[in-house]
Design a protein. Sequence first.
Length: 208
Amino acid sequence: MTIEGGEGAGKSTQAALLVGALGRAGIAALATREPGGSPGAEAIRRLLLEGEAERWDPLGEALLFAAARRDHVVRTILPALAAGTWVVCDRFADSTLAYQGDGKGLDRAVLAELQRLTLGGLAPDLTVILDLPVEEGLRRAAARSGAADRFERLGRAFHRRLRDGFRRIAAAEPQRCVVVDAAADPETVHRAILAAVAARLGVDLGAG
């Protein structure tokens, strides 16, 4: 399954909490992330997140994400799934659709073809989209330690398009996607994700 959303929504925190809850329930689970999750993809991550905000044009950026995702899938995700391990991924293909598509205007047909080449028929069983007002998300992102990455430094208009993009993805695929209000405290958001896992995947993790 995947956890998606804009900047500062708490994706990494919630992925870690979910993997912990799965482990306590006796379910082997792996937390991973994009861009990254394998040695090759982590090397590409640095190219994508560092430097000037407009370092790459939208197509070049999407191609880098596709290369990182392919390595991640081949080296990490598919072997884990073959071993019967749940994979909880902090960002996945929906982020490319939202960021490079809705955010930067890249043709959705191009992105769909990249996704076909990169993933084949692989898709998450469940995608949780953490929804948060742009101003609050950017405030949270700025409060984290370390310098802002390239995407955090893009303007608020970009981040509003991004939020709208994730909402459109959820509306287009309601059987896969669940939107969770990320404005609440982390424990409340975690409980909402556990409820989604129980409802959609039939796995009751209790209170986590």
